[in-house]
Design a protein around this ligand. Sequence first.
Ligand SMILES: Nc1ncnc2c1ncn2[C@@H]1O[C@H](COP(=O)(O)OP(=O)(O)OP(=O)(O)O)[C@@H](O)[C@H]1O
Ligand SMILES: [Mg+2]
Length: 314
Amino acid sequence: MLKAERISKWFGQQRVLEDLNVEVERSEFFVILGPSGEGKSTFLNIVAGLIRPTKGRLFIEGELVDDSQVVYVPPERRGVGYVFQSYALYPHMTAYDNIAFPLKMAKWSKRDIEKAVREVAEMLNITEVLHKKPHQLSGGQRQRVAVARAIVKRPRLLLMDEPFSNIDPALREGVRSELKRLVKKLAITTIMVTHDREEGFSIADRVAVLMGGKFAQVAPPDELYKKPCCSKVARFLGHNVISLNGRYLAFPPDGVVIGEGDFSGVVLDVEYRGRGWVAFVQLDGGLVKIYLDKKVQPGSKVKLAPISSVELHD
Ligand SMILES: Nc1ncnc2c1ncn2[C@@H]1O[C@H](COP(=O)(O)OP(=O)(O)OP(=O)(O)O)[C@@H](O)[C@H]1O
Ligand SMILES: [Mg+2]
């Protein structure tokens, strides 16, 4: 559905993307994870056609939409819906007019617009607030209006940039799973950006980690978690990375048995986390973080055994 081939993007002297390659399958829910400032929004903007790559080629459904030279298909002809990082709703327009906007631009008839807006509003449960303006809506309602506007033309590709960041953390999980079910039902190929690991894992068919200008690893969430490719991805995922006789070992905080094992260390600190405790333990090979279901005393000596570790080769 999407193919990016050797995409590079420079802003003046600053290189943001370099030689990035990726393919996204039809109907896939594809999540881009990565630290702030690594170029996630830049990549989405290139896919949408809002900015142009410095080098490389981009295909949507096999059609060349940008070759960074002469070929350039403008945003409105790409069949792409976009939910922006800050939603970018038009403040002076009602929710209805916001959703109707892309259809008006495409010169749909009033009747067809009404039908399409009502239908998508129904799906997203915002029929009751269609007459309101963005400042009269809650964060969650605003997000739904932004999603409605992005899908009302039934795009072949839906792009969402941190769509849950303005939603109350307590409501986020519910909203997320609802949105996932909706895009799966409509079978819209979706690329979503987040810097929240858990959020990405919970919603993705595949996750791509954007670091150093390219996708360092692309894999289903469980595979990514179990087999990070390299130390920077392992660290970004929150894994412990320690060195051991010149070799590097990564293991997640929940993959450790305490009480016995080959690693001995000293507990530096313990934090209560509701479900259990988190201990920071100083080993010879480095400082590690582990999840525990029983409290240990700071200062105590412990032995540890990682039960699911991977050796890193970078
Ligand atoms: N129009 C622009 N002109 C100059 N520099 C830009 C422009 N847009 C983005 N950048 C720079 O490119 C880099 C990547 O920005 P981008 O917004 O893509 O990051 P991001 O991964 O989306 O970050 P965040 O998670 O904070 O949203 C940043 O260093 C940013 O300052
Ligand atoms: Mg961004």
